[in-house]
Write a protein that binds this ligand. Sequence first.
Ligand code: GUN
Length: 305
Amino acid sequence: MNRPQVLDGVAIASEIKAEVGREVAELSSHGVRPGLAVILVGEVPASQIYVRSKVKTCGELGIYSEMLTPPESITTEEMLALVANLNARDDIDGILIQLPLPKHVDTKRLLEAVSPDKDVDGFHPVNAGRLQSGQPGLAPCTPAGIIEILRRSGLPIAGQNAVVVGRSDIVGKPAALMLLNESATVTVCHSKTRDLPAVTRSADILVAAIGRPGYVAADMVKPGVTLIDVGINRLTDAADVQRFFPGDAERAATFAKRRSVIVGDIDPAAFAVSGAYTPVPGGVGALTIAMLMHNTVKAAKLRRG
Ligand code: GUN
């Protein structure tokens, strides 16, 4: 069998960022500078890393960015006031509330308070509705990244059997809708799906967004399938690293150094029988920030005409 094609998310993200950078330059020649505000509550290390990376990428592309870092103790009402202020500001085109928020904060109320036209995460129900009804709007970054990977790798979507495992509002559901909008025949699977392997084996394109390390095994996929792995799971047990990556000296060295290794929701043994796959890391995850930048420029253009 032929070796699978590795879908290089980092290279595709670079291509998109370069395009966004050119659009920012074009807007700046008309006196417009797109602006992104990121709200990061408290001190969650993973969120701090993500947000820093978002702000840094804005800088690289010429997008204005502003980071708001209220303390963990902030109330929902105080957060609503912050959002209202950002909604009203003309120099801010995109507002991103980094998740998760502390438990005492009403996440749903806050996400609904962001102006839909500044909702660069695409989490507002109005944008979910626009996506559902095929109207222009801001689409969630990770699913939009999946479509970009397929399109830019020349992999067909129309007419393909696409199976999405996972039905979250942030990834699974919007990914299914976007694949449907591209004329795939779409099936969405979840924890109550009967005979999951039979359904996943019918996939020409399989999207895994479950949040469980290596959940999709090699015997659950059809040879030649395109595998899109949205999972980011940290392995901290040497036995798990050995199980998922047998004989992989590079991963073993990473584990020896960092005491952890990242694996997706798809068992690497399934990648081996695929026609094409997104690696973890370096696949879908690499696209999320690029699509956020894309959405920020899109929001600037939509809002400022
Ligand atoms: N936390 C982890 N990923 C994301 C994301 O894409 N957007 C937001 N707002 N928070 C996140």
